[in-house]
Design a protein around this ligand. Structure first.
Ligand SMILES: [Zn+2]
Length: 250
């Protein structure tokens, strides 16, 4: 039994320095794990910080498109303004290609939300989608033709944790298994992350751990690094989200 483990840090932007990222991620990298970064291409009209770009490149970090401006107070991809969404995706991909030398294949929804119109456009750009999963979230915001209702319902009954061997919808969507956030206590985050990894190991599936570098106080950082130490003792294959798309691991 083996899990694929993907570690994902969102929100790198012009505000992000090398120290902020290395403080959180060096430990995982030194233990042989890989990190995917959801990078904001154009926050407040500014490009991602050179230091952050350099750090991500230096650890061969995986780069995902994370919104466009990513305003802090609302999910910018919840809009149905197709013109804006189209511009934001194509320009966002251009900027990240220029900065990192590669076109991202995964889109991380800002505030974990997107409209049906955004979903359709992301598909047109062939971008896998990463967002939070809840049963009603699927039903409310997923285009109906992509919703296999029967399979969804079966999974709700059989698998309340919503961790699937394959995506339950007819399109590659990543699901968050656990995360490290200050919304809950560090002990609870550590316990949930270990539980999610154990579950993924016993089901030979993907465990995606999500975080924001800016949320880590010392206690949360210790919990995250304890999780890395735990994962290093488990039967785990480190992956990036882009590799999951490439190898069709979803
Ligand atoms: Zn974000």
């Amino acid at each position: 039994m083996t899990a694929y483990l993907a570690l994902c840090d969102d929100d790198s932007s012009w505000k992000t320095t090398e120290d902020m990222l290395s403080r959180v991620h060096d430990h995982a990298v030194n233990n042989g794990f890989k990190v995917s970064f959801g990078v904001v291409p154009c926050m407040e009209q500014k490009k991602p910080n050179n230091e952050a770009v350099r750090y991500i490149k230096s650890i061969k970090g995986d780069v995902l498109l994370h919104g466009f401006n990513h305003p802090e107070d609302y999910p910018e991809f919840r809009t149905n303004n197709v013109k804006f969404i189209d511009y934001a995706i194509s320009e966002g991909l251009n900027i990240l290609k220029k900065e990192f030398g590669k076109v991202p294949t995964v889109f991380v929804c800002p505030h974990e939300d997107c409209s049906k119109q955004a979903w359709d456009l992301l598909k047109r750009y062939d971008l896998a989608i990463c967002r939070t999963v809840s049963f009603f979230g699927w039903v409310r915001r997923t285009p109906i033709r992509d919703l296999p209702i029967k399979e969804l319902l079966q999974n709700v009954v059989r698998n309340p944790r919503f961790v699937y061997k394959r995506s339950p919808i007819n399109y590659p969507v990543f699901q968050i298994s656990a995360g490290f956030s200050t919304l809950r206590s560090p002990d609870i985050e550590l316990k949930n992350a270990k539980k999610a990894l154990d579950y993924a190991i016993s089901n030979d599936t993907l465990c995606q751990i999500v975080m924001h570098y800016w949320e880590f106080n010392d206690a949360l950082l210790k919990a995250y690094h304890d999780f890395i130490d735990y994962a290093a003792t488990c039967d785990v294959v480190p992956v990036t989200l882009s590799e999951c798309v490439e190898k069709e691991l979803l």
